[in-house]
Design a protein around this ligand. Structure first.
Ligand code: DSN
Length: 476
């Protein structure tokens, strides 16, 4: 038995001795992940080295504060791994500063927002009031400052155009703490219209312009977005959570690389970047001191075991093989999109040039919810997603979002993604909308044709068998 098999088998025995049901669910999760076509655009498979780094005693250590300046004693080893993660991130992305403490993408965005507010609003306030620290402000000044912080303008991409809910959408705190507004995409092409964004920025005059997306299947010109932000003195913040792997792998370079153009860049580490579940922030030197205040300003104590795993993942992403992987992710998305188009399916923006393909399933007479469920029954794991001006709203939706990072990690190539398109189209063609219990039209229920799920499972299993997840990992 190889080292990884033996390490995990023994670890599961240790867990089973305390709570066997957790050990069993963990084994089953591996089996389930191995047995399905994972096409969720925000998921991937981290390496055993990354996964194992998360399972250590670093989890037991409190380390609030920053490298070398902790609120707890005994953080010398946490300092080592946090500095390694930050150093690898700086080198990987060519950024002036990296902050690796955020626990998730939402935490990274919230930390970035407060850091920008601290830099742009609180800093000048303190200077005007002639005090060094917020705690030294008078009660009256405090009151006024609170009002100003809470009334800043934020402009981001709208959710149904592909933006993320943390970009000012109402159910998220960003939509409540800011005076927010959104830019969309061209109603005809579904593409970003930079002139329209520029006009909206001139009219709305945001303090923060957010670029980045979680469901837009195209590249963004960040040099143009910076020009637009500069036209009103806004801070450009780019959320690259989805495409960080394509930036790290040098698929997005020049104007498409956000790091040289944005003041602040936020990200997750677990999507196309293939690291542990977590977040991080890159920034210019100018913003670094306020981002560095993330914990305890916004964040709870850093997860030292995850920061250690970020260091391992970023080291992996600095290897040449990661560039090959990232290019394959983009090439496979092209193959998937072409595969859909040649079978008559409708795509938002008519294609892709990143890792996302957004299929408009209304052409199959289905809602996103119905399509997502029918695909899941057939062993194809995706998620439903709004399309621009979606008549079915954000819950039922009219779209299915596909992503190539996970199956590319398993070794799927061009022809296999064409076959995936074939299977998806076959399932959706053979799915009919169902009815409610009372017999009326339903946006959720569906009827899958006889034998379709079994046939698709069998075809998927054949492909998956050629590309085992974690080859050589055999649990005993
Ligand atoms: N959950 C991530 C995604 O699926 O895109 C965003 O938070």
């Amino acid at each position: 038995m190889n080292l990884v098999s033996s390490a995990y088998s023994q670890a599961l025995d240790v867990i089973a001795a305390v709570e066997p049901r957790v050990a069993e669910a963990t084994r089953k999760e591996l089996a389930d992940q191995r047995a399905s076509l994972k096409l969720i655009a925000s998921e991937n498979y981290a390496s055993p080295a990354v996964l194992m780094t998360m399972g250590t005693w670093f989890s037991d250590k409190y380390a609030e504060g920053t490298i070398g300046h902790r609120f707890y004693a005994g953080c010398q080893n946490v300092d080592t791994v946090e500095e390694l993660a930050a150093e690898h991130a700086r080198e990987l992305f060519g950024s002036e500063y990296a902050y690796v403490q955020p626990h998730s993408g939402i935490d990274a965005n919230l930390t970035a927002y407060w850091s920008i507010l601290a830099h742009r609003v609180e800093g000048p306030w303190l200077e005007n009031a002639g005090v060094k620290n917020m705690n030294d402000l008078s009660e009256a000044d405090w009151e006024k400052l609170r009002g100003e912080l809470g009334n800043q303008r934020l402009l981001g991409m709208s959710l149904d155009a592909g933006g993320h809910l943390t970009h000012g959408f109402r159910p998220n705190i960003s939509g409540k703490m800011f005076h927010q507004n959104q830019y969309g995409t061209d109603p005809e092409t579904g593409l970003l219209d930079y002139d329209a964004v520029a006009a909206k920025v001139k009219e709305f005059k945001p303090l923060i312009l957010v670029a980045g997306y979680s469901a837009y299947p195209r590249r963004v010109n960040f040099a143009k977005m910076r020009e637009i932000a500069d036209s009103v003195g806004a801070t450009l913040m780019v959320d690259m959570a989805h495409f960080a792997g394509l930036v790290a792998g040098k698929v997005f370079t020049g104007d498409e690389d956000p790091v040289p153009h944005a003041h602040v860049v936020t990200s997750t580490s677990h999507k196309s970047l293939r690291g542990p579940r977590g977040g991080f922030i890159l920034a210019t030197e100018e913003y670094a001191p306020s981002v560095d205040r993330g914990c305890p300003m916004v964040l709870g104590g850093p997860l030292s075991h995850v920061m250690a795993a970020k260091a391992v993942a970023f080291a992996e992403a600095r290897q040449d093989s990661f560039r090959t992987y990232a290019q394959q992710v983009a090439d496979n998305a092209q193959s998937l999109a072409e595969g859909f188009k040649k079978r008559g399916a409708r795509l938002v923006t008519d294609g892709t040039d990143n890792h996302i393909v957004l299929l408009d399933v209304s052409s199959f007479g289905l809602t996103g919810r119905q399509a997502e469920s029918a695909l899941l029954d057939s062993g194809i794991v995706t998620n439903r997603n709004s399309v621009p001006a979606d008549p079915n709203g954000a819950w039922y939706t009219s779209g299915i979002r596909f992503g190539t990072p996970a199956l590319t990690t398993r070794g799927f190539g061009h022809d296999e993604f064409d076959r995936v398109a074939d299977l998806v189209v076959d399932v959706l063609t053979n799915t009919e909308p169902g009815t409610t219990k009372a017999g009326g039209p339903s946006k959720a229920s569906y009827v899958l044709g006889d034998g379709v799920a079994d046939k698709t499972h069998a075809a998927a299993a054949e492909m998956l068998a050629k590309h085992e997840l974690y080859p050589g990992l055999d649990l005993v």
